[in-house]
Design a protein around this ligand. Structure first.
Ligand code: GTP
Ligand code: K
Ligand code: MG
Length: 448
């Protein structure tokens, strides 16, 4: 049990109709009796209209108080929420009142940290709280909510459940050194390990889209000067973000904006047109374009298709990135030059009248989201931390397999499997998998 009681403004500070001050900890209700004018009996989970009093008994604010009696609260502790007027000064004065009555100002994330420490959620769920708040697209929000609901934690726990009997089997042989693991038992254990490995690989495969959901797919608009790259950025954004002009070399720095296409978050990057640089500034701009292309998830290559294809100036992309390139035949309102007709997958578009934008949106979805979590009904998309842990788990399981196949000592195999268990424990924030294992095994009988 955490001893101190924490308080914080839970809504963002600025003028609004309502702001919420949240307090959590063992003294929350006692403090509330001093800070708020509360009725004698406070029923949990029932809003009551209260005043906030200053040190002299004067009224600071009026609003609603809610009492959540621990452990049935967000943090697992006693929690008081005060919903008051959403002014900057009034909210700060209300918070100060709680602090004057003994509460400590909460650190960032501390309410959720307490929820985790008090066993209200696992670590993946705690992470998902921020994913929900930061979600920039409907698909990102859906994946965050799946995680908040415990989907990733359940997957890791299920894998642990599959490993435990394997470990129990192998540990049994440690106690009976005269016995060998029979070929049938060995084959059965290998099959079980393979099944967990397959789950690990499936989850690891969601990490690329997990990154896209959390940070947006880096989408670089690239092409020669004056083809309409900035015009396309503005068109997709729906407002005039970048400067558009008939002068070649208008955009000299990269411009980034987040948009949503069919529920997918895109980090759109408008770049300097690629050509022989006219001056130093343009040269730096072009270097930035090249750097952006190296880390792009998607490239929208724009050409002026009212003109014949240029001899040079087309993008050279890695084979991998070339598969994630969409070619836009811009300025189609001026009529497409027939030499572009061989580019079958290209999309004719006009930034002037908006023709082709829907086809572009569909193409973006097709390139990024045809498989994996972005296309799933219940998307699971792991983050970089989960990825590292699942990869460690897979490595240890592979090592265990190899050891089993080479009939190495059961102690050694068991060690690898315990480390795989620990990696899964790290995903959900189990501090001491060893201890949990010992508790589980103390209920096993020999040979089981
Ligand atoms: N007719 C027509 N003109 C367009 C279209 N798209 C862009 N333009 C014009 O083309 C010129 C260049 O457009 P920009 O969007 O500045 O082109 P850019 O590729 O960003 O140019 P740089 O930043 O200089 O490389 C402007 O005069 C635009 O109005 C289009 O679809 N049709
Ligand atoms: K231009
Ligand atoms: Mg531009």
């Amino acid at each position: 049990m955490l001893q101190d009681t924490i308080a914080a403004i839970s809504t963002s500070l600025g003028e609004a109709a309502i702001s919420v001050v949240r307090v959590s900890g063992p003294q929350a209700l006692d403090m509330a009796r001093r800070v708020l004018r509360l009725p004698a009996q406070v029923a949990p989970r029932q809003a009551c209209l209260v005043s906030v009093l200053d040190a002299t008994g004067g009224v600071l604010d009026h609003g609603l108080a809610l009492y959540f009696k621990g452990p049935a609260s967000y943090t697992g502790e006693d929690v008081i929420e005060f919903h008051g007027h959403g002014g900057v000064l009034v909210t700060q004065r209300v918070l100060e009142r709680w602090l004057a009555c003994g509460a400590r100002a909460a650190e960032p994330g501390e309410f959720t940290q307490r929820a985790f420490l008090n066993g209200k959620m696992d670590l993946t769920q705690a992470e998902a709280v921020m994913d929900v708040i930061h979600a920039q697209s409907t698909l990102a929000l859906r994946a965050a909510n799946e995680q908040l609901g415990g989907a990733i934690g359940r997957a890791a726990t299920a894998m642990q459940q599959q490993i435990i009997p394997v470990l129990a089997h192998i540990e049994a042989f440690i106690d009976f050194p005269e016995e060998d693991i029979s070929p049938e038992t060995g084959a059965d254990l290998l099959r079980r390990i393979d099944s967990v490995l397959a789950s690990a690989r499936q989850l690891i495969a969601t990490s690329a889209q997990g990154r896209i959901l959390r940070h947006g797919a880096r989408t670089v608009i690239s092409g020669a000067p004056n083809v309409g790259k900035s015009s396309l950025l503005n068109l997709l954004l729906g407002f005039e973000r970048a400067i558009v002009s008939p002068t070649a070399g208008t955009t000299r720095d990269t411009i980034e904006e987040i948009i949503q296409v069919h529920g997918i978050p895109l980090r759109l990057v408008d770049t300097a047109g690629l050509r022989e640089a006219g001056d130093d500034i343009e040269r730096v701009g072009i270097q930035r374009t090249e750097r952006e292309l190296e880390r792009a998830d998607l490239v929208i290559e724009v050409v002026d298709a009212s003109q014949p294809p240029p001899a040079s100036q087309r993008l050279t992309l890695s084979p991998e990135l070339a598969r994630r390139r969409i070619l836009i035949l811009n300025k189609s309102d001026l009529g497409l030059h027939p030499d572009w007709s061989s580019e079958r997958a290209a999309i004719p578009l006009s930034c002037l009248d908006g023709t082709g934008v829907e086809a572009l949106r569909d193409a973006i979805r097709a390139v990024i989201a045809t498989a994996g979590p972005l296309a799933a009904d219940h998307p699971i998309a792991i983050n970089a931390r989960h990825q590292a842990a699942f990869e460690r788990c897979a490595e240890r399981l592979l090592a265990a397999k190899a050891a089993l196949e080479h009939q190495e000592a059961p102690e050694f195999i068991a060690l690898e499997i315990r480390e795989a268990m620990q990696a899964l424990g790290d995903v959900i924030g189990q501090v001491d998998v060893e201890r949990i294992l010992d508790v589980i095994f103390s209920t096993f009988c020999i040979g089981k």
